[in-house]
Design a binder for this molecule. Structure first.
Ligand SMILES: [Zn+2]
Length: 197
């Protein structure tokens, strides 16, 4: 597994469900951020009236710095037979970079702030994340529209205008809740499954 990427459990939705055979019937999964959850459990993204039950958890590293895995809870919509995992707000989807560290790093790269102290492994993760942010800049500018005043902004202009308005955690929540996407990728797990019936 490449350092700094998350494969296996997060990519597949995890294998620690209570019933492996049942898991094979689950064909789509979504991921929501903890700060998007109102109350004690997430809602079904297709129909808020569906019943949602606890469905185990998987474990992943919070960041390249941490040696302990953190639990990511999963929930099951019984009507849709699909799972919803709830990502702690300190984590980015699929990246072993903590949200606060990435925020400090992007501030250093794009706004001239002092860079945070990082390990070599973290530096690699952060540099890849920064390159990905540059690639994603045109899509993010289109998605965020009026929040970004400049037409076709550079990555620097985009980060500056976004971060003047919001902290990175809030930006991630906004992107996930309103646009079903994330800062560094338009992951399939952020899009609701199609309604059936
Ligand atoms: Zn449902």
């Amino acid at each position: 597994m490449a350092v700094g990427s998350v494969t296996g459990s997060e990519a597949s939705g995890g294998g620690s469900g209570r019933d492996g055979r049942w898991d094979r019937w689950l064909t789509a999964r979504v991921q929501v951020r903890q700060s998007s959850v109102r109350g004690d459990r997430p809602q079904c993204p297709v129909d808020g009236r569906h019943r949602v039950h606890g469905h185990g958890a998987y474990r992943r590293y919070r960041s390249a710095r941490d040696h302990q895995k953190e639990r990511v809870r999963r929930w099951l919509c019984v009507a849709c037979a699909k799972t919803i995992s709830v990502l702690p707000d300190v984590m980015l989807p699929y990246r072993l970079v903590g949200v606060c560290l990435l925020e400090e790093w992007l501030d250093a790269v794009h706004r001239g702030h002092d860079p945070p102290r990082v390990t070599e492994v973290e530096r690699g993760c952060l540099e890849r994340a920064t390159a990905r942010f540059v690639q994603r800049t045109p899509s993010l500018a289109t998605i965020l529209g009026q929040m970004v005043r400049t037409i076709r902004p550079t990555a620097q202009a985009l980060w500056s205008s976004l971060h003047k308005l919001r902290r990175l955690g809030e930006i991630l929540r906004l992107l996930a809740e309103k646009f079903n996407t994330s800062l560094l990728g338009a992951y399939r797990c952020l899009k609701p499954w199609p309604a059936t019936g």
